[in-house]
Design a protein around this ligand. Structure first.
Ligand code: FAD
Length: 428
């Protein structure tokens, strides 16, 4: 009897990393991808893509790419979504990964049906697998907060936004100043009649370049203790970006790196030019107006919610993923404690984790599956770790207790823990 294959759900960076690592370790696999091709959200035409025309990487090329498949050095430091789509096309071609996928195929159910056997339903057809690697992304299911009152104008979420032409001649309010909110507000400056941003808290703004180099390439591989890094980098930011409070942002309620930093200084540039205004948190919608918590009331034609995304694994029983509040409680953000053949790749957020961080998750999964045959003692020892608590993945940072931080880790602590687990499982 031929061995059952593992199902890989998604052909974005994480799904491709999973497919490639199963291939590397000679483990049979079958991929399912809703879109017509690889690339995940970097394919702007894919049904669940949430990138927009102006989207570029926030982390730089060399800190983001897969180590075994570097991008061509002629690609920009911060590539556009089109460069990235090409990169994943090339990655898939180079390793012949497309032949393992069924494209245009949506998984609607994945459930265990016996020991070491799973049933996956895609486009209404049932398939048998040895296990499932979920890699359906974290940034496609919109988080829509509820507001009191009713807004008469256009109300859209950033997931629906692709081109700044939608702002032409309009009075626009962007809600939220995360990385997408800031990108979109900057886009709007050149099209909208006026553009305001409503924020709940202050943020730390990091420039894309420092000392003439992509800022995330400075001090690579030499992590400093959290407190020292916070002090040094906060001083550097004061020198490079000044004080965002002077431009209208509230004082941050957290230290640098205790939430995802905003890698965008164009927004500060436009605030300094009076092209943008920062507004307080929203109190209520009021017909064609919005009322803010500081008592102001302003008219708008469009409100764009840049309010982020929620995790979404609708095809897997929530109990198998141990949902604990806003995120599943998985060992190392990967391993189900309920079923040994259920894995999630890509459910990780960290400043600078890049696709290599997701690749290492996938390598760990493949090594564990391989070890079950080649080094069962090591696989058993690792299964005991999965049943226990997670190591400290915070790197000493005291992260904000927000829903979106529920699966946030420190890149160095996380990659260190994954690297140690890979070494523990390596058969030779
Ligand atoms: C504007 C923007 C900028 C970003 N910048 C950076 C950056 O600088 N650095 C960085 O590391 N990350 C960045 N990201 C994060 C981004 O999420 C990751 O780079 C990466 O795309 C995550 O890959 P993934 O494969 O986990 O998810 P995705 O890219 O979302 O891919 C998931 C795939 O799963 C498929 N899928 C979903 N559901 C199903 C189903 N039921 N059945 C079959 N297929 C399914 C989808 O069609 C999709 O192809 C950015 C994101 C955005 C939106």
């Amino acid at each position: 009897m031929t061995a059952l294959s593992y199902a890989v759900i998604g052909a974005g960076p994480s799904g491709l990393a999973a497919a490639r690592n199963l291939q590397r370790f000679d483990i049979p696999w079958q991929g399912y991808e809703l879109a017509d091709d690889v690339g995940g959200l970097w394919d702007i035409d894919a049904p669940r893509s949430t990138v927009y025309e102006s989207a570029h990487l926030i982390s730089s090329r060399t800190t983001t790419e897969f180590t075994e498949f570097p991008m061509d050095p002629s690609v920009a430091d911060y590539p556009s979504h089109r460069d990235l789509k090409r990169y994943f096309d090339d990655f898939a071609s180079h390793f012949n990964l497309r032949e393992g996928y069924i494209f245009g195929s949506e998984v609607t159910s994945a459930r265990p049906v016996g020991y070491g056997e799973w049933e996956v339903v895609a486009n209404g057809v049932t398939h048998r697998h040895a296990g499932v690697i979920v890699a359906n992304g974290t940034l496609s299911e919109p988080n829509i907060p509820s507001f009191s009152g009713h807004f008469d104008g256009e109300l859209i979420h950033s997931s629906e936004y692709t081109s700044a032409t939608v702002f032409a001649g309009k009075r626009v309010l962007v809600v939220g100043a995360g990385n997408s909110g800031c990108d979109i507000a900057v886009d709007a400056v050149h099209h909208a009649k006026s553009i305001d941003m409503s924020v709940r808290r202050g943020y730390h703004f990091v420039p894309k370049y420092m000392f003439g180099r992509p800022s995330d390439t400075l001090n690579q591989g030499k992590p400093l203790p959290a407190r020292i890094k916070q002090v040094i980098d906060s001083r550097l930011l004061r020198i490079f970006t000044g004080d965002p409070v002077r431009l209208g942002f509230p004082e941050p309620d957290h230290k640098l790196y205790e939430s995802h930093p905003i890698v965008n200084t164009l927004v500060l540039h436009h605030l300094g030019h009076g092209d943008l205004r920062v507004m307080a948190d929203i109190e209520a919608f009021d017909g064609g107006h919005v009322r803010f918590r500081d008592g102001r009331r302003e008219p708008y034609d469009m409100v764009l919610l840049a309010t982020g995304y929620v995790l979404h694994y609708p095809f897997v029983d929530r109990e198998l993923l141990d949902w604990n509040g806003p995120a599943p409680d998985l060992y190392l953000n990967i391993f189900s404690r309920r079923d040994p053949d259920l894995f999630v790749v890509g459910m990780v957020e960290a400043s600078g984790i890049g696709w290599q961080g997701r690749y290492e998750q996938a390598e760990l999964v493949a090594r564990l599956i391989r070890a079950r045959t080649d080094a069962p003692d090591r696989a058993r020892a690792f299964a005991e770790s999965i049943a226990g608590p997670n190591p400290d993945l915070s790197g000493g940072y005291d992260y904000l207790g927000l829903d979106r931080m529920a699966y946030y880790v420190n890149k160095d602590a996380y990659r260190g823990a994954i690297g140690a687990a890979i070494r523990e499982l390596a058969a030779s």
